[in-house]
Design a protein around this ligand. Sequence first.
Ligand code: CUA
Length: 318
Amino acid sequence: MSSAVHSVANIFRPLSTPAESIYTLSMLVLAVCLVIFLVVAGVLAYTLLRFRRQTSDIDREPPQVYGSNQIEIAWTVIPIVIVLVLSMATARVISDVQNKRPPDNALQVTVVGHQWWWEIRYPALGVLTANELHVPVSTGTIRQPTFLRLESADVAHSFWVPQLAGKTDLIPNHPNSMWMEPNVEGTFLGNCAEFCGLQHANMLLRVVVESSADFDKWIASQRQRAMRGHPGEAAFMSLSCVNCHAVSGTGALGTFGPDLSHLMSRQTLGAGVIPNTSDNLRKWIREPQTMKPGSLMPNMQLNDRELDQVYAYLASLK
Ligand code: CUA
């Protein structure tokens, strides 16, 4: 798998079909506006210089002009043509992006926005994860687009990975949809793009684009039940962690927070707030409110022994 992390929020380097259509359209609009600006500013500058007040004008009025059919027709017809061209080009791209039918091999994913993390489900594949969306790359003749169904568990959020697609809101009780078709492998950064509360800015998102083979491998590992029999498991199950978090195949069935079955396969903790390292994981369990103030995960006031056990158990969830 290519581990390249592509720069965040760079809408000028699209690497996926819908993002490319939007980029091309925006360049057309920008070019048309640039031409208009140059013509208007040029005529204005010329007029100011050529017709500025001269000493010989002091005592008489300049010649008065009462209308010109040619000019009036020109400044009516040209803008109409420009508006028509821009609106038709825009309508075409919008319809290409929004009305695209999923092909038979499309990957279907459901993304649910929560304050402040992303629940990610692959219903047909039986996979449930969080904050990191894995999708296969589309190359040459093998196109495998990913279609997302977007929902919200609480308030309005917005799914945005600038290099892969336009942004689409996640609205409570109103499923939206979007799709992407990345043509380069790597990790793409995105974020929530709709103000959704205190930690809106820390509702980060990663899309890992990988080869078909790597994607299948990832799916297979995520489908496995969580590791059992770890010495810390009993401690974890006895704490109130299980009210909010689920670990597949155990008594932890909470759905309020992210599923933890394969926590160690993720790159970050707290929806992109910190890298998923041993130190950070310990800190996150001990004091989530310092690392992400306002996060709905409370400080559990664990003693050192409990902290060690919970940490060791979570670190075993590969
Ligand atoms: Cu979710 Cu902003």
